[in-house]
Design a binder for this molecule. Structure first.
Ligand code: DOR
Ligand code: ZN
Length: 348
């Protein structure tokens, strides 16, 4: 029998960029409308590297929220070569930091202050391991001589294996995985290793970025890979394994910054995130595993309770706008101009 409505626990977004200032005010309520909580990425122009900066950023997020939404931003600490382990521990103990984010220096947007070599943060990682604080990893090498489509797989070989051997009890989320290699690595590793999967990496492969011309709105990092990898991600997402959960990596940039001679990386998927995931699970005949992926595996990994509220999804055609008018310009969303087959009807 065809499922036409679905009631599931309210999901959380375990990886999102909500920016700051006018952009923050323009985008945050799309996330807050659907998700109970979200892991807020710390890669602002001035990265969130201290408890003080995180508290101030959290306050700005909370003031930008529509009071209709009951939404909790979970803050992260941006690791640098000089991160003080005491700062990390203090932030975690005080409930300000939920996790730390590791950007290899130069890997992506605002990652210049990231970590230049993993050995520079050994003491921080020992501290995190001992207090049970998760490490969130942007898993790509940054060497320009490594092909962009190989950077995730090479990161696994060069860094991940070493990291899990050195810190066997450290909780690690391999963020926004894009390869079969990453799926296999996460599956083969112990229960401390999990991964987030974005809606867009489940939907298109690298050919789509170049279909009929260059499509800058499909460009993000890590970049989408071959079809075999997309299929492996879909299999992992719907598998019911507690190691895989939602993380949209919604990353808004203005249309000028995307459609440029040097366009920014990032897909803005926040307005229709849960609809996109629901459509993918439906295509795979796997709506029964959507709740685990969306709403249960993430909290379980982070040691939090699932949300008590529920949301209703309905099988119904919905049109995604071509663009959003934001800050005197526009942002082009994921699925722009398309019709999706599932509708988010709100909290129930
Ligand atoms: O595509 C991306 N955009 N990947 C990232 O890792 C960062 C993000 C952003 O902040 O724009
Ligand atoms: Zn991201």
């Amino acid at each position: 029998m065809m499922t036409n409505t679905l009631t599931i626990r309210q999901p959380d977004d375990w990886h999102v960029h909500v920016r700051d200032g006018d952009m923050l005010r323009s985008v945050i309520n799309y996330t807050a409308a659907q998700f109970g909580r979200a892991i807020i990425m710390p890669n602002l122009a001035t990265p969130i590297t201290s408890v003080k900066l995180a508290e101030a950023y959290r306050t700005r997020i909370l003031s930008a929220l529509d009071p209709a939404h009951d939404f909790t931003p979970l803050m992260t600490c941006y690791l640098t070569d000089s991160t003080d382990p005491k700062e990390v521990e203090m932030g975690y103990e005080q409930g300000v930091f939920t996790a730390c984010k590791l950007y290899p220096a130069g890997a992506t947007t605002n990652s210049d202050s990231g970590v230049t070599h993993i050995d520079n943060i050994t003491v921080v990682l020992e501290t995190m391991q001992s207090i049970g604080m998760p490490l969130l990893i942007h898993g790509e090498v940054t060497d320009s001589d490594i092909d962009i489509f190989d950077r995730e797989a090479v990161f696994i070989e060069r860094t991940m294996f070493k990291l899990i051997a050195q810190f066997p009890d450290l909780k690690i989320v391999f963020e926004h995985i894009t390869t079969k290699d990453a799926v296999d690595f996460v599956r083969a590793s112990g229960p401390k290793i999990a991964a987030t999967i974005t809606p867009h990496h489940l939907v298109y492969n690298r050919s789509a970025i170049f279909a009929g011309g260059i499509n800058p709105h499909l460009y993000c990092l890590p970049i989408a890979k071959r079809e075999v990898h997309r299929l492996a991600l879909r299999k992992a997402a719907i598998s019911g394994s507690p190691k895989f959960f939602m993380g949209t990596d919604s990353a808004p940039h203005t249309v000028e910054n995307k459609q440029s001679a040097c366009g920014c990386a990032g897909v803005f998927n926040a307005p229709f995130a849960i609809e996109s995931y629901a459509q993918t699970f439906d295509q795979e005949n796997a709506l029964d595993t959507l709740e685990g992926f969306a709403s249960l595996h993430g909290p379980e990994f982070y040691g939090l309770k699932p949300n008590s509220r529920k949301i209703l999804l309905e099988r119904k055609d919905i049109s995604v706008p071509d663009n959003y008018d934001i800050m005197d310009t526009q942002i082009i969303p994921f699925h722009a101009g398309e019709t999706l087959k599932w509708h988010f009807a709100g909290l129930v």
